[in-house]
Design a protein around this ligand. Sequence first.
Ligand SMILES: C[S@@+](CC[C@H](N)C(=O)[O-])C[C@H]1O[C@@H](n2cnc3c(N)ncnc32)[C@H](O)[C@@H]1O
Length: 326
Amino acid sequence: MKWQTKALILRQLSKIPMGKRLYLLMQKLAGSNRAQPERDFARIAELLEMIQQSGQTAQGGVFFEIGSGWHPYAPLGCYLAGAKKIITVDVNPWMSLATARECIEASKPHIPHFAQTVGLDETVVAERYAKIRLSASTLDQLLASMQTEYHSPGDASATGLEPESIDFVISSNVLEHIPAPILEAITEESFRILKPGGLSVHRFNPGDHYANDDRSITTANFLQFSPAEWKKYGEGLAYHNRMRCPEFSEIFRKAGFIPLIEKDRLDPEALKAIENCSIELHADFKNFSHEELAADYMWYTGQKPVPTDSSNPPEQTEENPLLENR
Ligand SMILES: C[S@@+](CC[C@H](N)C(=O)[O-])C[C@H]1O[C@@H](n2cnc3c(N)ncnc32)[C@H](O)[C@@H]1O
């Protein structure tokens, strides 16, 4: 589908009262929101690996997920990894008993591979999976059997949670859909609810999502538009903030997080389009390097500092200045 056609459909749906329902129906008919356990388990495995790389474990942890979406893969992965509790919130109530069941059932054959990927005991993970009440008659009951609470519509910038009550704030494919001022408020709230030493762990896609449907453009395509022009294409159900990776990092830094992992992926086709000037960059993007503009994925982990005892300051090594407060 031409990307402008998809943008037009999403724009019209965003404007009408039943638009979100119609969008869900269209996704069902097109099969585009079908459970994809292999892909989605790989994504939650990445978040769990980032926690491990930061020297921590999901076992016994309390998680807060921003942007639950249609299928509870992230809560399922965290539960299988031994999380004590997972609170997941979304502004849109996409998840239902049917989509949650579909995700959990479709996951079964992928459990051993998931366990191996994140270094978990397969028998323990299988036992945890077996405890999930697939026959539950409500979504809340089903999710409760995997230690999960779902809040939608929920506000990740005003959670009402106790300060310092969460070990890990996580998200997958969400941060690019949140306007910068709201993302700042959510990041400050994450900082407030995290325990000292707790982690904010995210993977997200700063590239133009229309490139997934229209092969004639690259993930850099949207960088040619002014904010006013982009409003025609990237608002409502199709909202994308077009922020580049350093801007996300800056929001976390300003909230007080110490960066432990900041990694991005370069889209070579996007880089080519920028370098051979097949798209003309809008002035808003001219101060970024070509590589920053062509990044189509980012993985970020930030840590809330642990207050240090000033009478006994930690040792700081030259090689690892980022870990000074761990
Ligand atoms: C692309 S979906 C990803 C869903 C899920 N994390 C996944 O990986 O399948 C983005 C989700 O973020 C949600 N979202 C957007 N803005 C949000 C906000 N301010 N707070 C919480 N969720 C939000 C959307 O409703 C949507 O469900």
